[in-house]
Write a protein that binds this ligand. Structure first.
Ligand code: ADP
Length: 257
């Protein structure tokens, strides 16, 4: 058939997958990190040589007994702390040699944090607590959208004292994700909650991981939670003792808590 004009184009076939596109992007590349805290006369070795690759969209549960180094590792990934030795890359950026200004930008734009205690401002409503973050982020969600994602569309104007522990934690999660971070880091997010309430919090985190594709790491000492993840990394005495893929994920509401 004759060409109809210079703007005529055959429909394009998608390019064949390349080796690179078939492999999932590495979000964090951790190599040989150690962390030593000087404590008077003695030194505490919180991390004793950790290597870890964290992949885009992955949901990782970090397990291990208290004191095994989980929080130290998470804080280093989130740019809240720096290792004593070793390197941490976020994509192609070396966080370990980054200047404070770049690290601040990384924390502010790329990372959402959720801690065991919710750290909400008591005199602000749920919506206002979330808005504190969306006002300074470059491409935020509306606070209402973030609160709807965690199942709190009908609690936006409540103050923290008018919300249950699980609801307050979900406000904290909405606040963490409203800036659309690439990474969500949660340190014992269900640590202060009973099982049933903990499930609602994990459901919110799971939904964010699935629907927004946010790379997620969750610290817990509750091994049952590992069943909902893509991957379970177990720490012991400052090292990774086990790193396994979960072949069949368990829906959150079926976790044997
Ligand atoms: P986990 O999260 O698995 O409970 P942590 O990473 O909190 O473990 O702690 C690992 C070790 O490092 C523990 O012995 C802890 O007491 C110590 N540690 C953590 N943070 C500090 C700190 N800021 N100063 C001194 N020691 C610390």
């Amino acid at each position: 058939m004759a060409r109809m004009g210079s703007d005529f184009e055959l429909p394009r076939e998608p390019p064949p997958p390349t080796a690179e596109s078939a492999v999932r992007a590495t979000v964090f590349r951790v190599r040989g990190i150690t962390k030593v805290y000087p404590m008077g006369e003695v030194e505490v070795h919180a991390l004793r040589g950790v290597d870890l690759d964290v992949y885009a969209r992955e949901f990782t549960v970090l397990l291990g007994p208290s004191g095994s180094g989980k929080s130290t590792l998470l804080n280093i990934l989130g740019g809240l702390d720096v290792p004593t030795a070793g390197t941490v890359h976020f994509h192609d950026q070396d966080l370990t040699s980054a200047k404070e200004r770049r690290l601040t930008l990384f924390r502010r734009e790329a990372v959402g944090f959720v801690f065991q205690f919710y750290n909400l401002i008591p005199s602000l409503t749920a919506r206002e607590n979330v808005r504190l973050v969306t006002e300074v982020a470059p491409h935020p969600m509306a606070p209402e959208e973030a609160l709807a994602m965690v199942g709190l569309a009908d609690r936006q104007d409540h103050f923290p004292a008018q919300l249950s522990g699980g609801q307050q934690q979900r406000v904290a999660i909405a606040r963490a994700i409203a800036k659309r971070p690439q990474v969500l880091l949660c340190d014992e997010p269900t640590g202060a909650l009973d099982a049933q309430t903990g499930i609602t919090v994990l459901e919110a985190i799971d939904r964010i991981n699935r629907e927004l594709g946010t790379t997620t790491l969750v610290i817990t000492h509750n091994a049952a939670i590992g069943a909902m993840a893509d991957r379970v990394v177990t720490m012991r005495d400052g090292r990774i003792a086990e790193d396994r893929r979960v072949l069949e994920k368990t829906p959150v509401d079926q976790l044997a808590w």
